[in-house]
Design a protein around this ligand. Structure first.
Ligand code: RP5
Length: 158
């Protein structure tokens, strides 16, 4: 079970750590890479070839501002790409959200909410669960616990 996390700048690290935390929780083997579609395009292409050779099955790609990174990755591989729009600069992540969610056909990028790298990782686990029954079991157990925790969280004082 292999995933990769790629993001555009060291400044994206705190936001993308949430994806790593979830992948670790679900015992998904992953590598993480700071790569930029405009600063180091050749290195990005080389790395994608390497990830394909290593058998990576899903890629989580985070970027802020123009956020073309997930789309540029998706254009170079058949590995499913989940984009994470990140807050960076003055537009609160709306720029990145629109860049990622508006990928032109026929190159899809799945897109989660702004700064929601955790959800990208949960979706990656669901994609992996199509092939790996043990992941399906882990996700089912996780949902049962999540529901119980929510239901048991008790009343609220207003
Ligand atoms: C994007 O530009 C990165 O994903 C980052 O969110 C944003 C700013 O990058 P830095 O100028 O902080 O390197 O490419």
């Amino acid at each position: 079970m292999k995933a990769a996390i790629i993001f555009g700048s060291a400044s994206d690290t705190p936001g993308m750590r949430k994806a790593a935390d979830v992948l670790r929780e679900f015992r998904v083997d992953f590598s993480a890479h700071i790569l930029s579609a405009h600063r180091v395009p050749e290195l990005l292409t080389e790395t994608l070839k390497k990830l394909e050779t290593e058998g990576v099955e899903v890629i989580i790609a985070g970027a802020g501002l123009a956020a073309h990174l997930p789309g540029v990755i998706a254009g170079q591989t058949l590995i499913p790409v989940i984009g994470v729009p990140l807050t960076s600069g003055g537009l609160g992540g709306l720029d990145a959200l629109l860049s990622i969610v508006q990928m032109p056909k026929p190159i899809p990028v799945a897109c989660v909410g702004v700064d929601n790298a955790a959800n990208a990782a949960y979706l990656a686990c669901e994609i992996l669960s199509i092939k790996y029954p043990e992941m399906k079991e882990k996700l089912a157990a996780f949902r049962v616990k999540m529901k119980a925790d929510f239901a048991n969280s008790g009343g609220v004082e207003l």
